[in-house]
Design a protein around this ligand. Sequence first.
Ligand SMILES: [Zn+2]
Ligand SMILES: [Zn+2]
Length: 189
Amino acid sequence: MTLRRRLSAVFVVALLAVAGLATGAAPAVASNLEGGHWAHDGLAHSQIYFVDHTGAFWPVTSATYKWNEARGVDSYYVTRCPSSRLHCTDVYEFNDPSQTFYGETFLPLTDGNGHFRWNAAVYLNDATVHNSTQARKTTCQELGHVLGLDHQYTNTTCMMQGDAIALHISVTPNAHDFDMLHGLYAHAN
Ligand SMILES: [Zn+2]
Ligand SMILES: [Zn+2]
């Protein structure tokens, strides 16, 4: 993870980018939380709105519905951000052959309670993702980052980095991902 300021024209705070690299490995970890999460804002569940700006190649709809199975945090698929702009994550596709990652998520900094202070953004790379399996895995992973999950190093979950076909990586989350989210959001604020 690296600190990026690519979106500084839009976001007034520095953003944490989580890139889905085409290569890379790291030691196994028990927790795959990134450290931040979305505030409840007085609601029973935290709400996240995924605002889909992509075309049909990118399965933002199905990925959102799958993540919505997580307990304690509600994911909504929309094509326009609610007027409140509360917890909106814009999901874009782009085509940049100079970028080697499949997808990249920009997370805002967190406040003292670990709550993200502003909205997130997801970029899905048309230049590196060429088949529907990779598109499903990458979309699942970037949306998982938005909810607060980091990578896992097992191919039973979309949170593993790499080539989904060559490495037989799942295109959906696993039980560990859902357990981590349940724990992350199982509090009152
Ligand atoms: Zn990633
Ligand atoms: Zn909280």
